[in-house]
Design a binder for this molecule. Sequence first.
Ligand code: LLP
Length: 439
Amino acid sequence: MSTNQSSEPLTCRVNAKGHLEIGGCDTVELAKKYGTPLYVLDKFTIKSVCAEYKKAFQAYPKMRMMFASKALCTIATSKLIAEEGFGFDVVSAGEIFTVYKAGVDMSTVLFNGNNKSFEELSLAIDLNVGRISVDNFSELETLNKIAAHKNKIVQILLRVTPGIECHTHEYIQTGHLDSKFGFDLSQIDGAAGLILDNYKNLELKGIHAHIGSQIFETKIYGDEVQILVREIARLNEKFKLNMNEINIGGGLGVKYTNADNPPSVEEIADVIISSLNSAIEKYRTGALVVYIEPGRSIVSNAGVTLYTIGSSKQVPCGTKYVAVDGGMADNPRPAMYQALYSALIANKPNSVENLQTVTIAGKFCESGDILIKNIQLPSPANGDILCVFNTGAYNYSMSSNYNRVQKSGMVLVNNSQSAIIVYRETLEDLISHDADELL
Ligand code: LLP
């Protein structure tokens, strides 16, 4: 089984005390030691999935792995993933700064985004970010100005919408997409022409696309590769260019619940590599450097969130609500996307006694703050520790201080040891940016 096809961290087991253990650490003890809500991240699972990606793509030596930082961006995780030989896809000054402070080789970083500010572009150039993926005509002009002012040549990709729209299980192909990201394919000749004629501080290295997230399709990647290689060949021929890079984005899905059936990393790699080989031969581009930038599938199932169960409420002839000490501020995905999660009670994961169908409610002042609807749990009670799986991606990175709640801490576990990698915010942290000036 591929790492992304497991709905739990690879080291997840029940220990002699009958508690859930991750990375050799008793999760009930972790909750006691660090408090809840607590993000727990399993180092072994992250290392395993990175190794799996590298192995799966070995057959294509010019493959370059990058991690999409938007899924999870901290100094420790950036270090960990850089150690595995991955570069980084970043989308803000904050993400650039984090990977820089983590000591990442900045030449392996790609800066992407549909509305990068002047300050963000300047920072990217100053810190020698390896590639900037330019999203639109106005950014081309701004970036060239900044680069000229700094007397630098910036190596860029053009972000394109390849005309493939992913709907997770199915996809449609259209001539062009109504997307806020990137150039329509019909616009890239204009962009290439402008770069060659006017934007002397930009060097066009290739094109970049991203077709969606939580993708279960495999063929869609093959189609994307064909389009990108075809466009590289066409532009090289038309403008006498030597572009030799494509970035195919991220998107591989993970297993949040048993209903999810994502393809393995190997399956995706096989489709991509065979499509690359055939496209390179067909369009005679010569070997291309190919970037892939997965986010979710690298960190999702390495992460769980531990909560303490508090009050519960039985609606007469209705739902039984069991409330936890976190919710939409640490995991906005159920409220935002109706995302589904699975969970266990960490202090009695094997129990089947008195199973009840309950709804896990968050503690935030919104009726929509429901983490899991209708889950079967063995008599969940005040003080029990609830472990929600697959929270490594897009949980901490999308967390907020809603209701003026401190953001949760994160610990890394490995070989029966745990270390804080993000400190829980304190009440003082919460007010530290408030000014008390009254006009
Ligand atoms: N590259 C680009 C250009 C992207 O826009 C994204 C994600 C990725 C790579 C990584 O995709 P992944 O492998 O993680 O699927 N907040 C949403 C997900 C938004 C994804 C946005 N772009 C969620 O919680 O499901």
